[in-house]
Each structure stands twice: as structure tokens, then as C-alpha cells.
Ligand binder design. Structure first.
Ligand code: SF4
Ligand code: SF4
Length: 384
């Protein structure tokens, strides 16, 4: 089989396996690497220390596969648009995390494609990557002609939009590379930059993770900084705002894979119910989902902060129980204290004064700060 025939059959096989797009890039130094280095040096990677550790590996894919010649890039569209709930008790989860964990699904398909390739080319050396090793996937997807990197820093495909996940297979064979996608179809649009609720874009194509809701709700462990505790805007895991507003997503198709469709419990979660859910129920609920990354502690912390930001008086009893529970994680207790202070009703203030028996300094400080900041509000949760 010629290289051209192999490339053609490989692409057909990828589409047969259910990938929405496939493209081939040469194994070169990704053009965005210098940008990544500057981004990290500017501190825009926030507490993601693994980004610093992996920056050298990202310089060239030969750090991941010796003798690599080609990068096969694939994409899968996930989920679909679901109208937002207007209830203040319900939280928002990024679309990619509402179904089963995409990593597993992507991985299985990539391994199938690699097995097919090994059958066609005995002796070929290849490695599948589904976020499992540091590769600059968006850069390689662009080099493989699959789209451009928009001002919101996401890979955008004219037909598919940006709600896609990317996977890669590195191989030590030459394949026919696609034409890189040099065009940028953002034009004069600035919707994503304007819509970001926390002004996380320093400029077009420059995201400061220190201001990004996705970073705080997913990546950050421990209490959320005071400046952002009240800035989650309903998001309890990730944030889709800068993609939701993008015109290229308006007519994008919904994902075809049923496994990546959002489950009802994650599309419209009841945050008060989350506060009282026990460990076992959480373990069962999180199994097989990407939400497991933050674990129960991160999700309940975020839920408490969202309920506090929205002044949900009905959440006071459940927040008081979290604060008073001696076995509770201090991160959750501190978030509950912050939320009670923000809600500020008489019952919330009573809970702050009476229920905390924690000896943890974080929690005691959070209670003291919440009480100090609180001005008495009416039982309806409206500022007095
Ligand atoms: S994910 Fe949300 S917070 Fe982060 S940059 Fe996009 S709109 Fe802003
Ligand atoms: S919203 Fe506009 S500027 Fe932002 S990524 Fe989409 S097209 Fe580009």
C-alpha cells in the first residue's frame, strides 16, 4: 500500500469508528510552544504546576514517541445545548462533563484505530493519546487542517464549532499531511472576550487562568480565593460561557455519541440536595464521569459558593449542617461559612455563631470573616 493509500484508508477507518474529524500533521515542533512558554512565565497558568513540569515535553512530540514522523489528530463532538434552568438552586456543569467521561471513550476508539494501523503496517510504532500525555493538541489539530484557535483559545471548526474533544495517535511513519488551517475566522468578533463573567481574557487569544471559573472550579484545590468565591455565576464545574456565545457554535451539530450526551442529574443539578448527599451516594454518582477530578469536596465547595452568591435562603439549613459537621472537610466548611455570611439572614448568622466547633484555622477564620462582613439581612435573603 502506498503512503497516500494508507493515509486515505486510515482516515476512512477513523470516521467509521465514529470520530467526527480526522487530519494528519507532520511531527514538528508546535508553532504555539513559544506562546505557551510566555504564558506560563506571565503566571497565567495559575496553580497548574504540571504545566511547568511538562513544558519541555510539549516542545516536540519525539519526547513522547521516539522516531515519531506523523501525528494523526481526531475530534469528537460532545453533548448538545440545553436551556439553562432559571432556578437559583440549580447549578451549571460544563457540557463536556455532563455525560460519561470522554477520556475513556476517546481512548477506546484511539486504541481501536491504532490496532487497525498495526494490522495494516506490521512493525509500526504508535502511541495513542487521550489527554494522557502532554501534547499541544490544538496546535496539531490546526496543523492537521481541522480548524483554527479562536480568540477564546479553543479549536474551532467551521462545521463542528468548538464543543469537541481532541485525541491523537503518534506514529513513526510518514503519512500524507493535510494543509494547515492558517485562516482565522474570528474576524472582528469579540463576543467571547466581552461575555466572560470574570474578565479572564488579558487580550484576544490570551487567557489568564487565575481569573477563569473553569480553573477555580476544577483545577484549584482548597478554599477558593476571596476575590473569586462570589464569582462562580452558577458554575459548579467548568464554564462554557466563552463557547456558548461563539457564533460558530450556533449551527454546530449535537454530538452523535450517546455516551457523551448529558445525563439529567448533571444537566440541572439541585445544589441543596448536593450539600446533604452522603459519601457513598457521591461515589456512585461520580463513577465513570469527568467530575471525579474535583471529587465530592470540590463539587460541594462550589455548590455552597454558588448558593451563597445567589443569596438562596432555602439553603441555610443544609449549609449550617455542613458547617456543624465535625467530620466535614474544612474546605467545605469554609465555603459553607462564606455562603452563610453572604446569605446574611438572621438564621444564617445564628448558624455562623452557634454551629461551628471546628478547630481548623481555615474554618475558624472563614467564620470570623463571614460574621465580620455580614450586615443583617431579612429572612427572605434580601439585603436589609
Ligand atoms: S471558561 Fe468562563 S471564566 Fe473561563 S475564560 Fe471562558 S468565559 Fe471566562
Ligand atoms: S466568539 Fe467570536 S472572537 Fe470568540 S472565538 Fe468565537 S468567533 Fe472568535
Amino acid at each position: 500500500m502506498t503512503t497516500a493509500e494508507l493515509t486515505q484508508h486510515l482516515k476512512a477507518e477513523a470516521l467509521r469508528l465514529g470520530f467526527d474529524r480526522v487530519g494528519i500533521a507532520p511531527a514538528v515542533s508546535p508553532p504555539g510552544h513559544a506562546h505557551l512558554v510566555n504564558w506560563l512565565e506571565a503566571g497565567h497558568g495559575a496553580g497548574m504546576t504540571y504545566m511547568h513540569r511538562h513544558v519541555e515535553i510539549r516542545r516536540h512530540p519525539d519526547a513522547l514517541l521516539e522516531g515519531v514522523r506523523s501525528v494523526v489528530m481526531v475530534s469528537l463532538v460532545y453533548g448538545e445545548h440545553v436551556p439553562e434552568s432559571s432556578s437559583p438552586v440549580h447549578g451549571k456543569i460544563a457540557r463536556y462533563a455532563r455525560g460519561l467521561d470522554y477520556h475513556r471513550i476517546l481512548w477506546d476508539k484511539l486504541e481501536e484505530l491504532l490496532a487497525w494501523l498495526r494490522q495494516q503496517c506490521p512493525g509500526i510504532n504508535g502511541r495513542a493519546l487521550a489527554d494522557t500525555a502532554p501534547l499541544m493538541e490544538r496546535d496539531f489539530a490546526r496543523l492537521a487542517g481541522m480548524g483554527w484557535i479562536g480568540k477564546n483559545t479553543m479549536l474551532i471548526n467551521r462545521a463542528l464549532g468548538s464543543f469537541t474533544v481532541l485525541g491523537a495517535i503518534l506514529v513513526d511513519r510518514d503519512l500524507v499531511a493535510d494543509d494547515p488551517h492558517f485562516a482565522d475566522h474570528c474576524g472582528t468578533c469579540t463576543r467571547c472576550l466581552d461575555a466572560c463573567p470574570t474578565d479572564a481574557f488579558v487580550s484576544a487569544y490570551q487567557l489568564d487562568a487565575r481569573r477563569c471559573i473553569s480553573y477555580w472550579t476544577i483545577e484549584h484545590k482548597g478554599p477558593i480565593a476571596e476575590e473569586f468565591a462570589g464569582e462562580l455565576h452558577g458554575w459548579v464545574f467548568g464554564c462554557d460561557v466563552c463557547q456558548d456565545v461563539c457564533p460558530w457554535n450556533r449551527k454546530a451539530p449535537a454530538g452523535r455519541l450517546v455516551e457523551l450526551q448529558g445525563r439529567l442529574e448533571w444537566s440541572d443539578p439541585d445544589l441543596i440536595e448536593w450539600l446533604d448527599r452522603d459519601e457513598n451516594a457521591w461515589r456512585t454518582a461520580l463513577r465513570g464521569t469527568a467530575l471525579v477530578r474535583t471529587k465530592r469536596v470540590g463539587l460541594v465547595r462550589n455548590a455552597a459558593l454558588v448558593l451563597g452568591q445567589r443569596h438562596v435562603a432555602a439553603a441555610v439549613p443544609a449549609l449550617a449542617r455542613r458547617l456543624a459537621d465535625a467530620g466535614e472537610d474544612p474546605v467545605v466548611q469554609a465555603a459553607a461559612a462564606w455562603a452563610l455570611g453572604r446569605i446574611g439572614t438572621g438564621t444564617a448568622i445564628d448558624a455562623l455563631r452557634q454551629t461551628c466547633k471546628s478547630t481548623d484555622a481555615t474554618v475558624r477564620d472563614a467564620v470570623a470573616a463571614a460574621l465580620a462582613d455580614t450586615t443583617l439581612e431579612s429572612e427572605t435573603g434580601q439585603p436589609g
